[in-house]
Design a protein around this ligand. Structure first.
Ligand SMILES: Nc1ncnc2c1ncn2[C@@H]1O[C@H](COP(=O)(O)OP(=O)(O)OP(=O)(O)O)[C@@H](O)[C@H]1O
Length: 293
């Protein structure tokens, strides 16, 4: 179990990137969803002991993370948002080198582990190729291979799918699902479908605060009977926007599909729809906006 208590961080420029974060995360895949600049990477870096918070506590099983960062690093696998690789070194040699840094000194044990990781990440056929020649998806899978070297119990993966084509994205996510079976895996993303398809539990973060958290189905159930949709035009949207609690507007050609939050249908044009994670997300952000006023 990972427990984050009252975690705060303000940068020198005055930005409060983490504002009293509280989280409880068990085994399996946990999603951290939030818009750009919400504080996801700041939180991930803090969990990975790359940067220190101003205040708060992080406990992972029996490790007090802020007091014993080295102990956490022994059970941690981290894939940062910007994952760079050394040019002209083969995948095998680079992973082997990283395994030495992780303290696996016995050569036979290390080579066995490196080959296993390359197989697991579907890179065995490319083991002698320079990592610099890999596609974006292959680099990401290599990033997971390096994060798994020490058989981590906590895996932190920061917005990993930027720039991946749908096939590579799916392949990458199957890999994450597989590795999260025996570990706590925290995945950050601003892509709602990614989190919806992969994580049963999540936290929504905005302006450095957790604005909602829980199981996806229970968060959606809270909005049950309160999400209404109507098909309309741009002019009507502008009028409705002034009076109703909008969740989202989608455009298909000249048509506008509006979703709003209300206890009863706002006008006869609206029909009830089952809430999805996107509704939960926009409702949480809107609620925070209301509270800030
Ligand atoms: N080193 C830093 N110094 C000053 N401000 C920073 C620093 N790093 C991040 N910030 C600011 O802190 C806030 C949170 O940034 P962070 O990168 O944690 O968000 P994020 O949710 O990961 O965003 P993105 O999805 O765009 O990566 C932003 O306003 C950002 O500009």
């Amino acid at each position: 179990m990972l427990t984050v208590t009252s975690l705060s961080k303000q940068y020198d420029n005055g930005v409060k990137a983490l504002n009293n974060i509280e989280l409880q995360i068990g085994k399996g895949m946990f999603g951290l969803l939030g818009p750009n600049g919400a504080g996801k990477s700041s939180l991930m870096r803090t969990l990975a002991t790359i940067q220190a918070p101003d205040s708060g506590y992080i406990q992972f099983n029996d490790i007090n993370v802020l007091n014993r960062p080295h102990a956490l690093r022994r059970v941690l696998g981290y894939l940062p948002q910007e994952f760079g690789v050394y040019p002209r070194v083969s995948a095998f040699r680079l992973l082997d080198y990283l395994a030495v840094l992780k303290g696996i000194h016995n050569k036979n044990v290390r080579h066995k582990k490196v080959n296993e990781l390359l197989e697991q990440t579907n890179l065995l056929n490319h083991k002698h190729k320079s990592v610099a020649t890999f596609s974006g998806g292959m680099v990401r899978r290599f990033g997971i291979a390096q994060a798994l070297i020490a058989s981590p119990e906590l895996i932190v993966v920061d917005e990993p799918t930027a720039g991946l084509d749908p096939q590579e994205r799916n392949r990458f996510y199957s890999l994450l699902s597989e590795v999260s079976e025996n570990a706590t895996l925290i995945l950050s993303s601003h892509i709602i479908e990614d989190i919806e398809g992969l994580c049963s539990n999540l936290a929504i973060i905005n302006n450095g605060k957790v604005v909602n958290q829980g199981g996806i189905s229970s968060l959606s159930n809270v909005l049950g009977g309160k999400v209404w949709q109507a098909q309309t035009n741009e002019q009507q949207v502008s009028q409705w926007q002034k009076v109703f609690s909008f969740l989202s507007v989608k455009s298909i050609g000249a048509e506008r599909f509006v979703r709003v939050l209300a206890d009863i249908p706002p006008t006869p044009d609206f029909y009830a729809v089952p809430p999805n994670l996107e509704d939960v997300y926009f409702a949480a952000l809107a609620n925070q906006g209301q509270e800030a006023k």
